[in-house]
Design a binder for this molecule. Structure first.
Ligand SMILES: [Zn+2]
Length: 582
């Protein structure tokens, strides 16, 4: 990472000034004070220190430096925040992944092309395009606000324009504006309405083009390039993100026009997929701002098997997916257009269905057909089984009803679907540290049931705040043998409150930690739940640890592989274990 750049950026940008752009700050002694932008409050508890160049909120506990502020506020990753702040500070970054950075030339070519497309739309050659937009209810102010343009039906107008501006053909090619090879290059976008696609940092990364009339594909997009990855981009996300955060949900539509029309109708939390399969990366983008995502596709597309698979992909990535069911043959644009369109759309949003229930609706025909019913049922249950258990369980009784099954039958089917899905290769990790890297959801769970004494230790730590604060984590880890149990214990010892942990596990759909803790509770109850339970559990685990070690040393000794120190340890353990047995 570029430490010098980070330092220079911190030198050049004043945090008070930066935060002051979005938060009204008043001087308060040696600091500045304002209403916290991260939680809602009436009395200011958000402080910015000019001296230390940090901020802190006494209400919600958030705090940090200007990088963490931008990351939190804009939903950016560190590299993204670094790029944005470097830009602002006029610092050139060395790329740390060895790839060349976004060159000035390519960015310049994109901006020049946008200016050209905009001019073409407002000029005489843009008349047919303006008429088309008019028919779709998009006036010139809207077209400007959404950076729409027009690519004239010519093979070389843009190329000549870029040449005249001194932009090298190589940059225009790299930006995907020109196509062709060798000396023969031509304009990629011809006779098309242009949509500008920006990334989350607001950089122009691609264009989409819609054919107005004539032959050819209805939509084309910029090719993937150093600027543009379809999987990591959502149309209008940059404009929608603050609304998504405020409203706690995103609306995902298919087309550029749908997205624009929904924004115009007041649904500024709308983004569009870019005519490609929905990807995990897109779920990650949306999740930065809100967990809930309403998918609003044409009824034809939404019901397709491939689309439903993609929706499950998003849901598995942690988004709460609801499907907005549109009237047959309508798209979102049709619904919001005309009188009371906004209310009509709000009504549909209110009736959005959780994904598994929508899945049943989409399969209703197959489900009512004797010959296809079993396959359709299996498909729905297997999809459900892939979701985090907590998420799946929320819908289980409704799904059972929808499939015409009794609840116990449904539970059995779901369980066996999970078992057979679980047999597939799981990514393996080891070491307790991995819990912090991978997140708690990916902890591998041993197939064997947890050791009840280990579970009991977790339970005691969970219930006793004082023990939690005093005990040495390394000591606790030395008593535990299973990675999953170690990870739970580490979480409990992390200093986060139990309420917070429980909520986090629930949100991640991870029921393992609470199951483990309740196993431990059961074990303590069976052992009489005595005052000195803590000591009993520790001594049981310590002697188990000693026995395990003793067995390992015995084996080594038998093979003649034990070192003198190990022999010494072996005899000490033997004495200790003997004493215990008496
Ligand atoms: Zn706050």
């Amino acid at each position: 990472m570029d430490q010098d750049a980070v330092r220079t950026i911190k030198d050049r940008i004043d945090i008070v000034e930066l935060i002051g752009e979005s938060v009204q700050l008043r001087r308060a002694g040696r600091s500045f004070r304002g209403l916290c932008p991260f939680h809602s409050e009436k009395t200011p508890s958000f402080f910015v220190s000019s001296e230390r160049q940090t901020y802190h909120c006494f209400g919600c506990g958030r705090g940090g430096d200007l990088f963490s502020f931008v990351m939190e506020r804009e939903g950016m990753t560190f590299p993204e925040a670094l790029a944005m702040l470097a830009d602002r500070a006029g610092v050139t970054l060395e790329r740390f992944d060895g790839r060349p950075g976004r060159s000035k030339g390519v960015a310049g070519a994109m901006e020049a092309a946008l200016a050209f497309f905009r001019r073409s739309l407002t000029g005489p050659e843009g008349e047919s395009a303006r008429k088309y937009l008019d028919r779709r209810g998009i006036g010139s102010a809207d077209a400007a606000a959404f950076e729409m343009g027009w690519a004239p039906a010519s093979w070389d107008m843009l190329r000549r324009e870029l040449e005249a501006r001194g932009i090298p053909a190589g940059d225009a090619m790299a930006a995907g504006l020109l196509a062709g090879s060798g000396g023969r290059t031509y304009d990629r976008f011809r006779g098309r309405i242009i949509f500008s696609i920006r990334d989350i940092q607001g950089r122009l990364v691609a264009f989409g083009g819609r054919l107005v009339d004539g032959e050819g594909a209805k939509y084309i997009n910029s090719p993937e390039s150093e600027l543009y990855s379809k999987r990591k981009t959502l149309y209008l996300l940059n404009a929608a993100r603050s609304s998504i955060r405020e409203k706690g949900r995103s609306i995902l539509v298919e087309g550029y026009m749908d997205a624009i029309k929904l924004h115009m109708a007041g649904f500024s939390e709308t983004v569009a997929s870019l005519g490609t399969a929905l990807a995990e990366e897109q779920a990650d983008l949306l999740k930065r701002f809100a967990d809930q995502c309403l998918i609003c596709y044409d009824s034809d597309t939404a019901g397709q098997e491939a689309t439903i698979r993609e929706m499950y992909t998003l849901q598995k990535s942690g988004l709460d997916i609801r499907v907005v069911v549109l009237p047959e043959g309508k798209d979102p644009d049709d619904v919001v257009s005309g009188n009371e369109g906004q209310d009509r759309f709000l009504g549909l949003i209110g009736r959005a269905e959780p994904l598994p229930l929508f899945h049943i609706r989409a399969k209703s025909e197959a489900l009512s057909d004797e010959t296809r019913r079993t396959a359709a049922r299996r498909e729905i249950i297997e999809s459900l089984a892939e979701l985090p258990p907590l998420e799946a369980n929320r819908h289980i009784s409704q799904v059972a009803q929808g499939l015409g099954l009794l609840l116990p039958e449904m539970v059995d089917l779901l369980r066996s679907a999970r078992r057979s899905a679980g047999r597939g290769g799981k990514k393996g990790i080891s070491g307790p540290e991995s819990v912090y890297i991978y997140g708690e959801r990916d902890i591998p769970r041993g197939v064997k049931p947890s050791d009840p004494w280990e579970a009991a230790l977790c339970y005691l730590l969970w219930t006793d705040e004082r023990k939690r604060a005093k005990v040495e984590p390394a000591y606790v880890l030395s008593l535990l043998s299973e990675e999953g149990t170690k990870a739970v214990a580490l979480s409990i010892l992390s200093g986060d409150g139990t309420g917070e942990l429980r909520a986090r596990w629930a949100k991640a759909g991870d029921d393992y930690p609470m199951r483990l803790i309740s196993t431990g509770w059961g074990h303590c109850v069976r052992n009489g739940e005595r005052e000195d339970m803590w000591d009993i559990v520790l001594s049981a685990l310590e002697s188990k640890r000693s026995k395990d070690r003793f067995d390992a040393l015995t084996e080594k000794h038998a093979r003649g592989k034990a070192s003198p120190e190990e022999m010494k340890e072996y005899f000490e353990l033997a004495r200790k274990l003997k004493r215990r047995d008496r």
